[in-house]
Ligand binder design. Sequence first.
Ligand SMILES: *Cc1c(COP(=O)(O)O)cnc(C)c1O
Length: 329
Amino acid sequence: MIVTSPSKLSLAHTPTPLQHLKNISSDIRGPNIWIKRDDWTGSSTSGNKIRKLEYLLADALAKQSDVVITCGGVQSNHCRATAMACAQLGLQCHLILRGEKGEKPEGNEFLDALVGAKISYYPKSKWRELEKIFASHVEEYQSLGKKTYCIPTGGSNALGLWGYVAAVKELNEQFKEQQLSVDYVCCATGSGGTHSGLSLGFYLENSSVNVRAYAVCDDEAYFVEKGREDISSWSRTYHYDLDANDVVLDVCDDYIGEGYALANEQVLNTISYVAQREGIVLDPVYTAKAFMGLLDEIKQGKYEGCENIVFVHTGGIFGLFPFASRFNF
Ligand SMILES: *Cc1c(COP(=O)(O)O)cnc(C)c1O
């Protein structure tokens, strides 16, 4: 059964390249590792979020919204990509950021301010009332006669899932072109949409490719439940008859370390290693933790017998700069 996908904008530079990590693959003497360069979906819009925003912001425009409201951490890549895309589309952007205003905004926070996003800061302790916070801002704009469009954390909802459901088609074409037999596609997971989009996408294609995600915040049970919810909501919304339990959601939560956005020595070493061996920059919040997990699990024998593994580089470069002083050269 073919589901027609909802309309989307063209914001991301796709297809992004699929490259072989020659040096690292030779270092590990295991499976070949390939990298899907979704850090190349744009420059200021780089990363995975823009693939979801192509659908979400098309919906915002179709609904004649004036202001887009979304949320995330102070260094949220999702918020930065949303702010950038809104500037491009002539939409107002209001960001709800978790944490304190930096003395001098840097990295993603700097870029948010640069494109003129309105930013409201809320301490972590208030985050339990996130829905109320959204509602109060929506009301504020309503009283000004402005229509709002709210995007949840990371753009991970039924509509956002399309971003990576569609990316699976792109990947499959590249596998065919490059005559690659792929065992695993691996990625980091934070709000769940990239992982569940990929898992759903390969499921819909009846593919034998496995998808494995490395968690950077919550545990496996959380991500499996969130994925099931989003996939169920997707199937209801787009009238696709499936049982969300049939879609395999494979999550590893062994590499979160000290917590979300906290990077230890091992994470920073992974960033240096990949930069020096391949000329590729990972980020300390998502991709370095996931890649560290992948390398470690290869060493532990988890991927025994695999020929090709694809790691999705989901971006995040601007989040590295606030960590610069942690590196010793
Ligand atoms: C948000 C993000 C992720 C996680 O993607 P989700 O769809 O939120 O799970 C991974 N890497 C980077 C760089 C991100 O910004």
